[in-house]
Ligand binder design. Structure first.
Ligand code: PGA
Length: 262
C-alpha cells in the first residue's frame, strides 16, 4: 500500500523568521492531529531557509525538501546547489522539473533527467513534476506531453531507483491560477503516468510509485484529489504557506488510506 504524501512548495516566499514560524506551526499542528502515521509530510522552503527550517523541524516527523538541485556534485557552477549540499542540510526530498523551472527558466527534459539522477545518487528522493500547458491540452496533446516527460526523465534508471521517485502531475494551467483539474481528470492522468512507469519498469514498480496531484490545491478542494485511487497526495504551493490549512490538507490525505510503507 502506498503511503500518502503531502508536500508544500514554499517557492520564493517568506522571510527567514516567517519560514521558521511556518515550519514550527506545521510541526506542532501535525503533532496535535496525530496523523503522521497515516501521511508523510514534506516542506520545501527556499534554499536560503533550509538550515533554519531544518532546525525548527528537528524531532518532528515533517521531512525537509529543497525546490531544485544541480546535476553536478561540485565545481564552478555559480548560483547552483548540489545534491551533497542538500544532504548536508538534512534534505530527504527535492522537487525536480517544476513547471516554473521548465517554463520560466527554460529547463529541458534532459536537464530534468540529469537532476533526477543526481538526487537519486545521493539518496534524496526526487519529486518529479510533469504537466501539460494549456495549448497542449487544447490541441489534444496533454497525454503525449506528460508521457514524454515521464519517459525522458525516468529513462536509464534502475527499477530500484524508479520506485524511489515521487511523480507530481501538475497541469501548468492550474498552477497558481485558482483553476484546477477535476478529480476525475487528475485520476486519469495519474493512471496514465503509472502506466508509463509500468511499461518502463515493471507492474510492481508502477504500483509502488507515489503520484501526486498539484495545481491550486487548497483545503476546500483537497478531498476531491486525495480520494482518487490513483492519486497518492498533493503538491501544494500557495495554500502551503498557512500552517493550519496545510495540516488540514495533510490530515485529509492521511484519512484516505491506512499508513503503509512508503
Ligand atoms: P499552487 O502551486 O498550489 O500555488 O497552484 C502548486 C505548485 O506549483 O506546486
Amino acid at each position: 500500500m502506498r503511503r500518502p504524501l503531502m508536500a508544500g512548495n514554499w517557492k520564493m516566499h517568506l522571510t527567514l523568521d516567517q519560514a521558521e514560524a511556518l515550519a514550527r506551526g506545521v510541526a506542532s499542528g501535525l503533532a496535535a492531529q496525530a496523523v503522521s502515521d497515516q501521511v508523510e509530510v514534506v516542506v520545501c522552503p527556499p534554499f536560503v531557509h533550509l538550515e533554519r527550517v531544518s532546525r525548527a523541524l528537528a524531532g518532528s516527523p515533517v521531512a525537509l525538501g529543497a525546490q531544485d538541485l544541480f546535476w553536478e556534485d561540485e565545481g564552478a557552477y555559480t548560483g547552483e546547489v548540489s545534491g551533497p549540499q542538500l544532504v548536508d542540510l538534512g534534505c530527504r526530498y527535492v522537487i525536480v522539473g517544476h513547471s516554473e523551472r521548465r517554463h520560466v527558466l527554460g529547463e529541458s527534459n534532459e536537464a530534468v533527467r540529469r537532476k533526477l539522477e543526481a538526487a537519486l545518487r545521493h539518496g534524496v528522493r526526487p519529486i518529479l513534476c510533469v504537466g501539460e500547458r494549456i495549448e497542449e491540452r487544447r490541441a489534444g496533446r496533454a497525454d503525449a506531453t506528460v508521457a514524454n516527460q515521464v519517459r525522458t526523465a525516468l529513462a536509464g534508471l534502475t527499477p530500484e531507483q524508479a520506485r524511489q521517485v515521487v511523480i507530481a502531475y501538475e497541469p501548468v494551467w492550474a498552477i497558481g491560477t485558482g483553476e484546477h483539474a477535476s478529480g476525475e481528470e487528475a485520476n486519469r492522468m495519474a493512471g496514465l503516468i503509472r502506466d508509463q512507469v509500468g511499461e518502463l519498469f515493471t507492474a510492481e514498480v508502477a504500483e509502488a510509485v507515489r503520484i501526486l496531484y498539484g495545481g491550486s490545491v487548497k483545503p476546500a478542494n483537497v478531498a476531491e484529489f486525495v480520494s482518487q485511487p490513483q492519486v497518492d497526495g498533493a503538491l501544494v504551493g500557495g495554500a502551503s504557506l498557512e500552517a493550519e490549512g496545510f495540516v488540514a490538507m495533510a490530515a485529509a490525505a492521511g484519512g484516505r488510506q491506512g499508513g503503509g510503507e512508503a
